[in-house]
Design a protein around this ligand. Structure first.
Ligand code: PEP
Length: 239
């Protein structure tokens, strides 16, 4: 079923004491959506020992089940620590870690095998948008995973135009809706029309309401504005 969801991606920010403080502040807030916090891996278990109202997401997982992969964290390890969600395919990992659709599909499979819910990120660069090929490009990122995953399980989709991430430039509500509608039609062709589709890219308290009011936008994946409880909670109250 489509749900209203706001997920915060802290990326590689916040010290341990600040993380604890920020989580406590978020937990004191009220909101009318599913709230997810993707904090750095190091802090995930610190949070599972608390009785927080929000859910936790890993920002990544390894594509293999276990083994000699120094420094990596598997989906099985995350699931065993009670983590419910995992972000995969974020544009920063596609760019800096050269993650391909093939690798992202393996990560999707590892999460699903461990009963976790993938938050699959897709999105186009500025060049692709300017070439006018953005709808097909982003749809293909999604189709690659859906065509090649072992089990077509429930997941959350996040449309994040790369040119809008951390730049202060947001897709207009019309641009975002056009893409979300297109992705919804792809999901429908896979009998997955009930999948929630989040918008990500410089989403803030000032623009969240207008974005979330669009027919096919079910919430947001929030980077910078998730690092302050006040702005994160304001976004979570923008439905
Ligand atoms: C993100 O990186 O997922 C993101 C949406 O970042 P920001 O909100 O800072 O643009």
């Amino acid at each position: 079923m489509r749900k209203n969801i706001v997920a915060g991606n802290w990326k590689m920010n916040v010290t341990a004491s600040d993380a604890k403080h920020l989580m406590d502040e978020i937990n004191q807030g009220t909101y009318n959506c599913d709230l997810i916090v993707a904090c750095p891996t190091l802090y995930l278990q610190m949070a599972t020992t608390k009785d927080y109202q929000f859910s936790l997401a890993a920002q990544n997982c390894h594509h293999e089940t276990s083994g000699a992969y120094t420094g990596e964290v598997s989906a099985q390890m995350l699931a065993s620590a009670d983590i419910k969600y995992g972000i995969i395919g974020h544009s920063e990992r596609r760019e800096y870690q050269n993650e391909t659709d093939e690798l992202i599909t393996k990560k999707f499979n590892r999460l699903v095998e461990n009963n976790m819910t993938p938050i699959l990120c897709v999105g186009e660069s500025l060049d692709i948008r300017q070439s006018g090929k953005h709808l097909g490009f982003v749809a293909n990122q999604l189709k690659h995973v859906l065509d090649n995953c072992a089990i077509r399980a429930d997941f959350i989709l996040a449309y994040e135009p790369v040119w809008a991430i951390g730049t202060g430039e947001t897709a207009s509500p019309e641009q975002a809706q056009e893409m979300h509608q297109h992705l919804r039609s792809v999901l429908t062709s896979y009998q997955k029309e009930d999948t929630s589709i989040l918008y990500g890219g410089s989403c803030k308290p000032g623009n969240a309401k207008e974005l979330f009011a669009q027919t096919d936008i079910d919430g947001g994946l929030i980077g910078g504005a998730s690092l302050k409880a006040e702005s994160f909670l304001a976004i979570a109250n923008s439905f």
